[in-house]
Design a binder for this molecule. Structure first.
Ligand code: GLN
Length: 221
């Protein structure tokens, strides 16, 4: 069984908790991390951390100035422990962030990628598209729909413009979206997972299962 810490400051954290708790065989239990004190309290008992989507500028300010939690998270990443960033979380994990607007994001860094913020335009340009992800299809079909594909929910989503070395494995690319064919939307680098879409906003728990399996595997080693 794995215990997952969910950074619960802003954005879609309760949805992540809901999904983790729904996993089959109750493989995951969760704790909320809201402060540097929470991090200190839980860091030795959790097996992985979820950094949710939301708004990366806001979340950066809270992480850095209001809670001081950024420091602990950076250490966690440097120690090679499991972490999964969705959307804004992915942005903060990326070593290089490009943006049309100056954002002032905190770079937690560690993920050897270049990520472009708001790569699909404005809020109203948000979209949903099915993704073919072999690592997810290995779990069998989406129990909710029977389809092997993962529903990809993109909300003012970033895109992974470049991966900087072969230690970064591309696990999902866009298919069938005009003009955006083959753009990278999820990667795995050792114990670090990044997705520009929001699996926690779907009925499909397989992406959460993938992350929990990374955590369980890491715990065994
Ligand atoms: N566009 C947001 C940002 O730059 C991310 C959106 C999201 O997490 N859904 O922070």
């Amino acid at each position: 069984k794995a215990t997952i810490g969910v950074v619960a400051l802003q954005g879609a954290f309760s949805e992540h908790i809901f999904m983790l708790q729904r996993l089959p065989q109750l493989v995951a239990s969760t704790v909320e991390i809201r402060s540097a004190q929470d991090f200190e309290k839980y860091k030795d008992s959790i097996d992985g951390i979820v950094l949710p989507g939301g708004e990366s500028t806001t979340m950066s300010i809270i992480l850095e100035r209001e809670t001081g939690l950024a420091q602990g998270l950076k250490q966690w990443i440097q120690d090679g422990k499991p972490i999964w960033g969705t959307c804004a979380g992915l942005i903060m994990l990326s070593d290089v962030i490009t943006s049309t607007k100056q954002g002032g994001q905190t770079k937690l860094g560690g993920l050897r990628t270049t990520v472009r913020r708001n790569a699909f335009g404005r809020q109203s340009d948000s979209f949903e598209i099915d993704l073919e992800i072999p690592a997810i299809e290995a779990y069998g079909p989406n129990p909710a729909t029977g389809s092997l594909k993962l529903p990809g929910v993109f909300i003012r989503a970033p895109v992974i413009e470049a991966v900087h070395d072969e230690g970064v494995q591309v696990i999902a690319k866009l298919q069938g979206r005009e003009g955006r064919e083959g753009e990278i939307v999820a990667v795995k680098q050792g114990n670090v997972l990044g997705s520009s879409f929001h699996p926690e906003l779907t009925g499909d728990v397989r992406f959460h299962q993938l992350f929990v399996d990374i955590c369980l595997q890491n715990k065994k080693n």
